[in-house]
Design a binder for this molecule. Structure first.
Ligand code: SAM
Length: 215
C-alpha cells in the first residue's frame, strides 16, 4: 500500500484533543483502506478519514440525525468523494469500495453493516455542535456497545480513537464506561493510551487503542 502523505496530522494546539485523535489515526491509516466514524456529526472527522484513505478507500460513518448525515455528505462531496446514503435495513454487501457510506442507524449496530476488518475507528462523542439543542447526545450504553463491537473489527496495526466529554449530563458516566472498556483490553493484544490536558480539569480527553501485531 502506498505511503500516506495526505493526512493533515499536525497538532497545532497541544490541548486540541480532536487533533491528537487525527494524528494517532493518521499515523496508521493508509490509502485504499477502510475506516469507520461512529459519530458523523458535521463531517469533520469523516472528511479527515476520507483524506487519509483517498478515492480508492472506504469510509463508513454512522449518525442517528438526518442533519448530521446531510452535513457530512456535503462536506465529503465538496472534497470529491462518492457518497452513498443508507437506511437501517442496508446490507453489508451494499458497503462496497471505494466509497463513503453514511448510515442512518445507531452505531451500536455496527456489526450489522461492516463487511470485514477495518484499519481505523474514530468516535467523537457528545452532541452535534453548532445547534441550539443539545440532543441527541451519545449515551453510555450504546457507545460502550458500539466501541466494544468496533474493537473486534480492527485489524492488527489498526487503531481506535475516542474523544470523550464530561461537561454535559451523562458525559462523565459515558466517558467512564469507555475508559473502563479500553483499560481492560488485554495488554498482549492491545496497546492503549489516554491523552488529556493536565491543566484543564473537565476538558475533553482522548482514549486510543492499537491492535498489536502478534509476532
Ligand atoms: C460530537 S458530534 C460528532 C462530531 C463529528 N464527528 C464531526 O466531525 O463533526 C456527535 C454526533 O453523534 C451523534 N449520535 C448520538 N447518538 C448516536 C448514536 N447512538 N449512533 C450514532 N450517532 C449518534 C449525534 O447525532 C451527533 O451528530
Amino acid at each position: 500500500m502506498e505511503e500516506n502523505d495526505n493526512c493533515p496530522t499536525m497538532v497545532k494546539d497541544l490541548s486540541w484533543i480532536t487533533g491528537w485523535a487525527h494524528r494517532l489515526i493518521g499515523e496508521v491509516l493508509k490509502f485504499g483502506e477502510t475506516a469507520v466514524d461512529l459519530t458523523a456529526g458535521n463531517g469533520h472527522d469523516a472528511l479527515f478519514l476520507f483524506q487519509c484513505v483517498g478515492q480508492d478507500g472506504r469510509v463508513v460513518a454512522f449518525d442517528i440525525q438526518d442533519a448530521a448525515l446531510e452535513a457530512t455528505a456535503h462536506r465529503i462531496e465538496r472534497a470529491g468523494g462518492r457518497v452513498f446514503r443508507h437506511e437501517k435495513d442496508a446490507a453489508p454487501e451494499a458497503m462496497g469500495k471505494p466509497a463513503v457510506h453514511l448510515i442512518a442507524a445507531c452505531h451500536s449496530q455496527i456489526d450489522r453493516f461492516l463487511p470485514g476488518r477495518v484499519a481505523a475507528v474514530i468516535a467523537n462523542l457528545g452532541y452535534l455542535p453548532g445547534g441550539g439543542v443539545r440532543l441527541p447526545v451519545t449515551r453510555r450504553e450504546t457507545t460502550v456497545e458500539a466501541i466494544g463491537k468496533a474493537l473486534e473489527l480492527i485489524e492488527p496495526g489498526g487503531r481506535l480513537a475516542v474523544v470523550a466529554y464530561v461537561g454535559h449530563t451523562g458525559g462523565r458516566e459515558e466517558a467512564a464506561g469507555v475508559e473502563a472498556l479500553v483499560s481492560n483490553l488485554p495488554p498482549l493484544e492491545w496497546s492503549t493510551i489516554r491523552v488529556a490536558p493536565v491543566n484543564r480539569p473537565g476538558a475533553p480527553f482522548l482514549l486510543s487503542a492499537e491492535k498489536r501485531t502478534l509476532l
